[in-house]
Structures are given as C-alpha cells and as structure tokens.
Write a protein that binds this ligand. Structure first.
Ligand code: SF4
Length: 433
C-alpha cells in the first residue's frame, strides 16, 4: 500500500503529519511523493480561513476524479465539521480527528474493508495514544515537538477548540525524553508547539518549569515555542525566557486587536494596555528579543476609530513583523452569528495600512543589522546558489559561502554570517570563519 500526505496550515498540522507518516511506515505502508499513484491519501487540513477550506474542496474533487480508487482521509481542523462532511460526502472515505490516529487502521478497515491489512496488524496498535507515536521528522536538524493538543480559550472567531477539542498535555517526562533524543541525534532547533503552550500543565510542572528543564540540557541547540497567549504569559515564563541563550531571541505573541471593546468581543481576556506592558516587560528582561504578532482586521463591528487603536498600538510597539489576517467568519464559532459588517474593500484597506507601518518598522530594524556578525542556523541553498537560514530572532538571512566549503558542513549547522546588504527588507551577508 502506498500513501501520500498533504499538509495544509500550521506547525501543529506539520507535526501531526510527521506522526501519521511514522505510524503508516510502521504499519508497512510506503510513502509516495505524489497522490495520483497513492492507495491512501491523507489531507491534514486547516480551517482557519475560508480560503484554506476552499482549497481542500478543490483538491479533494480533483483527487477523487483522477485517482478514483484511492482511500481519501481528512484529518486536521476540518475533520469534525458536519457541514464539511456533508459537502464532501461520497468523495471522502474517512473523517478522522487527529487523536484517533492510533485507531487509523481499524477506521480504514471499517470504511474500505478491501483496502486493509490483516486483523493481526490491527491489534498491534490498539490502545496507543496519538502524541506518544514517534514521529518521522521531516528535517534532520530542526524538529517540532508537540507538548499538547487542543484549546480551552474559545476566542470568538476561532475554530480550533471545536476542531481539536479541549487541551490535553503530554507528560513532561515524555517531552524531555523526546528532546534529549533529538539533541543526541544532533538536532539544532527544537520547536515546542501547542495551541497555547503557556497553559501547559502536567502534574507539578508548568510551561516555565518545563522550558527551564529543557534549556538546562547539555548540547548546542536552540529552543523555540509557539503559540503564546498573552493572558497566560506569566512573570515566571518571562524570567525563564531571559535566563538562557538557548531559548531563542524571538517571541510570537498574538495581539489580534489594539481596541479593548474588540478584544472583549473576540473573548481574548486581556486589554491593550496589559498587552503593551507585557511587551515592555519582555523587552526589558531579554534585550534584543524580536517580537512578532498576529492581528485580525475587520472583525464584526470594528469601527474606523477602533481600528485606529490597533494602528496606534502597532506603531508604538515597533513589531518586527505581524501576520495580518482579514476577518473570515468560521462556521460554528461565536462570531459566525455576528454581522460581518466591514466590507471587503475596507478590510483590504485596513490590512494595507498595517502592512505599510510594518514595512517601515522592519526596514528600520533590519538597517541596524548592517555590518553585524550573527549566528545563523543554515537551512538550505536556493536555486541561485545562495544559502539561507534563520537567526535566533527568527530573521531569514541569505548568505554566500566560499566555494571550497562543503554543503554538508553548512546546512543544518550554526554558522557565523556578516550582514553586508539589505535588499528590500531582506538581510544578506557572507560566511565568516
Ligand atoms: S487561543 Fe484562541 S485563537 Fe488560539 S487556538 Fe485557542 S481559541 Fe484559537
């Protein structure tokens, strides 16, 4: 049996697909690089925006038409949605919430008995828990390590709590073992992920304590984590963040709006003032840290005046980067029932206003890198022969390397790069011995 996995959306989906791949490999399936020849096609889907959802409808239609014999499985954010199941009925064989992964073979057996392995093999996997499945990491130097799954926050626009269910966390001992094994294998970047890492709890351990234990492990590696909710970003976490250079000089923390009334309607449970004081506290504790954020424009009822509060905050906070999303109503969420009364044109205008501010901020920050030497984790080489990689602050750097150096000595390693050029907001430099 040959399988193909298509992953859409966030880091959590990528980590889930890595676990699906290793689960299938362990059960004698063979990975295929494209779907037309695959017997089993799995789509790890994203439902955060309508456009992501529409992409799945288009893909499934094409896959079913061109590969009618394949078993098609939908997992990820769309797996539990009744309206999606109805729309894709007859085209998709199985809708599988990701925590059902340990039962995948049995589920496949139920939906396509002709397409399955023996009952001995089915018994082999019963009782396993999804996050305990050893993943097949896509990279050999950077790994996502999920510390939990699900969300209890119910932001009014978000489908994740419905799609992934309540928060469930892995035991700290499992996480520490996975990270130790990665360090032993020479991994240089470990990215701890969950929908809300800050609310991690396991017996006596919370997220700051877990992070502190991981940062104290011997080895040459970086630790990142995502996503952080401002309401759970504690003093204890900020102190740990500042305590070790192994914990990267980058924090992504979602603002969503700079207006208190909109934040309330979004059910975000913090105020704009609290958010600003957090950012200042973090910058004081870890000088040079790069902070990035998320903002939604055009939330139902967002007036021009309320939007200007976001503009003001974005200017004042001097973010290095922000992901601006145009509000898109998601079925089943609280805001689905609110009137989506900001026109598409106005949403686009608001998006552009913020992007223009961010471009100037980013340019100013990038200018300060000129002639500096920085450590980069080299990730690859592009078609033009330039290497690229990320800094601890999550900046992408392109750089050139003396021709006598071997690819394998560069990619997947920490290298020193001197920044000598800033090309329309991109940093470029050269390898320093
Ligand atoms: S914290 Fe809010 S935005 Fe993030 S996953 Fe949970 S509900 Fe969605």
């Amino acid at each position: 049996m040959h399988y193909y996995i298509l992953t859409l959306g966030c880091q959590m989906n990528k980590a889930d697909s890595e676990r699906i791949a290793s689960f299938l490999d362990d059960n004698n399936y063979i990975k295929q690089d494209d779907w037309p020849q695959a017997d089993l096609i799995i789509l790890t889907t994203c439902g955060i925006r309508q456009s992501a959802e529409d992409r799945v409808y288009g893909l499934v239609g094409r896959m079913r038409k061109l590969n009618p014999k394949a078993t098609i499985v939908i997992t990820g954010c769309l797996a539990k949605r009744k309206d999606v199941q109805k729309r894709l009925a007859g085209k998709v064989d199985l809708f599988m919430p990701i925590n059902e992964l340990p039962n995948l073979l049995a589920l496949l057996h139920n939906c396509r008995p002709d397409n399955l392995l023996s009952s001995d093999e089915l018994r082999k996997i019963s009782g396993e828990k999804y996050l305990t499945i050893q993943p097949k990491y896509e990279s050999n130097f950077s790994a996502y390590v999920p510390i939990g799954n699900g969300c209890n926050n119910f932001c009014s626009y978000c489908v994740v709590p419905y799609a992934r269910g309540p928060e469930v966390y892995r035991p700290a001992s499992d996480i520490v073992s996975e990270v130790k094994a990665l360090i032993k294998r020479g991994y240089k970047e470990i990215i701890l992920i969950a929908q809300n890492v800050n609310s991690y709890q396991s017996k006596q351990t919370n997220f700051p304590k877990l992070l502190s234990v991981l940062a104290s492990l011997p080895g040459d590696f970086w630790l990142r984590f995502s996503s952080s909710h401002p309401k759970d970003l504690s003093d204890e976490l900020i102190a740990v963040l500042a305590s070790s250079d192994k914990i990267c000089h980058h924090l992504h923390v979602a603002l969503q709006s700079g207006d208190d009334e909109i934040l309330k309607a979004m059910n975000r449970k913090y105020t704009a003032a609290h958010f600003c004081s957090l950012i200042e506290q973090i910058r004081q504790a870890k000088p040079g840290i790069i902070i990035t954020t998320d903002v939604i424009v055009g939330f139902p009822g967002e007036t021009k005046k309320q939007f200007l509060n976001t503009v003001k905050l974005i200017k004042e906070m001097n973010f290095d980067m922000a992901f601006i999303s145009i509000y898109s109503p998601r079925p089943g969420t609280v805001s689905w029932n609110m009137k989506d009364n900001v026109s598409r044109e106005e949403k686009k205008r608001r998006e552009k206003v913020l992007l223009d501010i961010l471009a100037v901020n980013s340019q100013n920050i990038n200018d300060s890198y000129l002639d500096k030497e920085i450590i980069v984790l080299a990730e690859g080489i592009n078609k033009r022969g330039k290497y690229y990689g990320k800094t601890s602050g999550f900046k992408t750097i392109k750089f050139i390397v003396p021709t006598e150096m071997r690819l394998e000595d560069i990619i997947g390693n920490f290298v020193k790069v001197k920044i000598n050029k800033i090309v329309s907001n991109n940093l470029e430099g050269e390898f320093v011995k």
